[in-house]
Design a protein around this ligand. Structure first.
Ligand code: ITT
Length: 196
């Protein structure tokens, strides 16, 4: 039996990633698939809070089993920024390139380039919420490299690799990424819950 789950996102890139990770036993529906155009509030000051807020909002609205995620890039030398502000770090209406430009400027001349991506999933099944966290450590480069992926991928090199996330084929990034790790935990939980 295939289980339907609504993913509270409009980012098709993330939707494809998660569908690949969770496998064919789960059918992931986007907000677009449900015809939901409402802007989901994301006003908490932590990734955990935002993921929970988004998932609860969609559950209340649809009554369907669903999940939401929130991700942040946390840079050591910037005291954890951009963090929850990762999507709009360079201001309202900014794009991925503007955000990269801003962090590269802020890190100019700074030796400590340590950073991590952290991802939190909030899953709501029959009204009960479960959270799963994934994290990948690495460093911010001084120049962009690669064309794959999205967001800060061209300037993030995970520990143990010399390529940026944007230079990696999707299967490789998914296997080690923050979202891949959090989604794998969620998938394991879902599979064991449905096996019962
Ligand atoms: P939704 O809220 O519609 O799901 P979003 O783009 O805001 O999409 P996130 O909250 O997951 O997505 O992530 C916030 C930002 O963090 C995102 O806009 C990117 O700039 C960055 N980001 C998230 N995941 C990333 C990844 O795998 N690689 C690089 N940057 C990423």
């Amino acid at each position: 039996m295939v289980h339907n789950l609504v993913f509270a996102t409009n980012n098709m890139h993330k939707l494809r990633e998660i569908q690949e990770i969770l496998g064919s036993e789960f059918h992931i529906l986007s907000l677009q698939d449900l015809g939901i155009e409402t802007d989901i509030p994301e006003t908490a000051d932590t990734l955990e809070g935002n993921a929970s807020q988004k998932a609860r909002f969609i559950y209340t609205m649809t009554g369907k089993n669903c999940f939401a995620d929130d991700t942040g890039l946390e840079i050591e030398a910037l005291n954890g920024r951009p963090g929850v502000f990762s999507a709009r770090y360079a201001g309202v209406g900014c794009n991925f390139n503007d955000n990269i430009e801003k962090i590269l400027k802020e890190l100019d001349g700074i030796e400590n380039r340590r950073a991590c991506f952290r991802c939190v999933f909030s899953l709501i099944i029959e009204g009960n919420e479960h959270q799963f966290v994934g994290r990948v450590d690495g460093k911010i480069t001084t120049v962009r490299a690669g064309k794959d992926g999205f967001g800060y991928d061209p300037v993030f090199v995970p520990d143990g690799y010399s390529q940026s996330f944007a230079q990696m084929p999707p299967y490789l990034k998914n296997g080690i990424s923050h979202r891949g790790r959090a989604a794998a935990k969620m998938g394991k939980w879902l599979n064991s819950a449905h096996a019962k």
